[in-house]
Write a protein that binds this ligand. Structure first.
Ligand code: DGT
Ligand code: CA
Ligand code: CA
Ligand code: ZN
Length: 575
């Protein structure tokens, strides 16, 4: 095996953290935190970790002796014995069980021990046979709740949350690119940035496909080779994810990218446009039907242009009006990463779950060239993670002092307020108004209230003058926890009427507000704010995910408040 990249090393440590959580039945176990700290340290380390010896490794923040040894073992042998042991004990299909809301490691292991439940199918069967209610500490309510969760999350459909598929796809693309091919990219639903992924489609341009095919079958993530051909190979990874890798001739790359990015119905509509012109469009190119003369195939841009269309970004290719708009020349210019001038949802170690200091967060925001940033640690009502008034006052002093070291960065002192069951917020209005310049208010509890109460709760928070934005609107975790049920139109109207921004949270397992809500918000004239909700400096990088999700919602830069220059933004905020 070639030298593992930092990405591959952190993936290995993350898997260890996940399986150790299962083993210890506790996500806060010391050994789990140790793996997570090491991941954070390696992500913050610029150079290749695989080149470091034991001593040098332990000098990375968060990396202790025993983890340094695991990394060396991985680099030298391509495997980690401890990880193999855990994998044998907890196969992927069993790990999936622990992600069902209401299960967790302890209960999943109980079901396995007492009922022989090994996977989702077994769980479904045990629920149908009403055997779970007979177990100690379980009961009928829990059994029914599990049944509903499986259904609402569509867990048996076997689609993978994007948070699982994307890092894997990025690792594979990185690995294939290192072979010196002309181009390698993931396509399909992943490039369109759908929140769940059926399978991963990778398109490679190379004149010699052989090395790519062998790399894919021998890749450490590959568990099973489904089909191996000269230019197409399909494998299944240890996570149970299918990956299709296709190699095309470099001069046909555009046609292949377009075809394999989809969506299928977008492709069908494009092909129709081609036929109307007497042409054919497929994965090899856009050609004249009679003569076979090539019209366009090298780039996607050329093909769209030949079809009389503006270029359509992958995130918009769902055949939901984008082709008609592009034909009229009226496709909106959607927001891009380069438009972003600030991040307005950032935690520090002041939050119980924050892992980077104020100084590190501000330094990283400045390094990214932002004009402004808001530090938004949790309000007091969020139990262990929150801060009291005194702590917040003290925190503010510290933030102001650190901020003075970054004269070109405007630093807002803010908070992430917790929306209570009845829409109430942390502290009192006077304290909020005098302490914070920017408050994000979010739901962190009571996810199961009926729709009317849930909506009322949000409307109460939105009406509060100290609330500038609503964070992660639905509270969902993709594939793990369904979002709260609300009257979306009523909430969007209230946001627009009060000038409160709707957050597009860039955490890959949230992507919240969901893109379909973003699209309705844009149509209604609601202001958006794209944020990372970073708890570590490395997570400031999630801005790109927030932007892609906003694109799927057809968000234009003028609708997104944190694309605005400081003067405009601060005027909007009323500072
Ligand atoms: P997924 O994997 O279910 O999340 O969704 P996709 O969109 O990645 O679909 P997939 O993997 O079946 O196919 C990848 C792309 O290949 C798809 O987006 C469009 C293209 N494609 C696949 N089958 C067809 C087809 O029958 N006709 C056309 N025009 N395109 C197809
Ligand atoms: Ca796919
Ligand atoms: Ca596929
Ligand atoms: Zn937050």
């Amino acid at each position: 095996m070639a030298k593992p990249s930092n990405r591959e090393i952190t993936a290995m440590l993350r898997e260890l953290a996940e399986l150790t959580t299962l083993e210890e039945e506790n996500p806060n176990a010391f050994r789990v935190r140790a793996f997570e700290n090491a991941v954070a340290g390696i992500e913050g380390h610029g150079a290749d970790v695989a080149d470091l010896d034991l001593e040098e490794l332990t000098r990375i923040k968060g990396v202790g002796r025993s983890i340094a040894e695991l990394i060396r073992e991985f680099v030298e042998t391509g495997r980690v014995a401890r990880l193999e042991e855990l994998r044998a004990k907890y196969p992927r299909s069993f790990v999936e069980l622990t992600r069902v809301p209401g299960l967790g490691p302890k209960r999943a292991k109980l079901l396995r021990r007492e009922l022989g439940v090994e996977d989702l199918t077994g769980l479904r069967k045990a629920i149908e046979e009403q055997r779970i209610r007979t177990l100690p500490g379980m009961g009928r309510t829990i059994e029914e709740k599990l049944g509903r969760a499986i259904e609402r999350l569509g867990l048996e459909e076997r689609r993978v949350p994007i948070a699982v598929a994307l890092p894997l796809a990025e690792r594979l693309v990185e690995r294939i690119s290192s072979l010196g091919v002309e181009h390698a990219a993931y396509c399909g639903s992943l490039r369109r940035f759908k929140e769940t992924i059926g399978d991963i489609d990778i398109t490679v341009a190379a004149s010699d496909p052989e090395p790519v095919m062998s790399e894919v079958v021998s890749h450490p993530d590959t568990e099973e080779v489904i089909a191996r051909g000269d230019t197409k190979t399909s494998i299944r990874t240890r996570d149970g994810i299918q990956v299709d890798v296709r190699v095309v001739e470099p001069d046909q790359l555009g046609a292949a990218l377009l075809y394999f990015t989809g969506s299928k119905s977008h492709n069908v509509a494009l092909r129709q446009l081609a036929i109307e012109r007497g042409w054919l469009l497929n994965e090899y190119g856009l050609v004249e039907k009679e003569s076979g003369r090539v019209i366009a195939r090298r780039t996607e841009e050329e093909i769209y242009r030949a079809l009389g269309l503006q270029f359509i970004p992958p995130t918009l290719r769902e055949n939901s009006g984008e082709i008609e708009a592009a034909a009229r020349g009226e496709l909106p210019r959607v927001v891009e990463l380069e438009d972003m001038r600030g991040d307005l949802h950032v935690h520090t170690t002041r939050s119980g779950d924050g892992r980077s200091t104020v100084a590190d967060m501000l330094g990283e925001a400045a390094r990214r060239g932002y004009s402004y940033v808001a530090i938004t640690d949790h309000g007091e009502n969020l139990a262990i993670n929150g801060s009291t008034r005194d702590q917040m006052r003290q925190h503010r002093l510290e933030v102001e002092e650190e901020a003075s070291r970054f004269p070109r960065l405007r630093v807002l002192f803010g908070a992430e307020l917790n929306i209570g069951e009845d829409g109430s917020l942390d502290y009192d209005p006077e304290f909020r108004a005098e302490t914070f310049q920017w408050c994000v208010a979010s739901v962190h509890s009571h996810f199961d209230l009926p729709q009317a109460r849930q909506t009322e709760r949000l409307l109460t928070a939105i009406a509060d003058p100290t609330v500038s934005a609503i964070g992660h609107l639905t509270g969902r975790y993709i594939g793990r926890r369904p979002g709260i049920e609300i009257d979306v139109d009523a909430v969007l109207d209230a946001l627009r009427d009060t000038g409160t921004a709707l957050e597009v949270n860039g955490a890959l397992d949230r992507l919240d507000a969901p893109s379909e809500v973003v699209r309705r918000a844009v149509a209604r004239g609601v202001d958006l704010v794209i944020s990372t909700d970073a708890h570590h400096t490395s997570e400031l990088d999630r801005m790109r995910f927030g932007v892609l999700n906003a694109q799927r919602g057809w968000a234009t830069p003028d609708r997104v408040v944190n694309t605005r220059p400081w003067d405009e933004f601060s005027a909007w905020l009323g500072l």
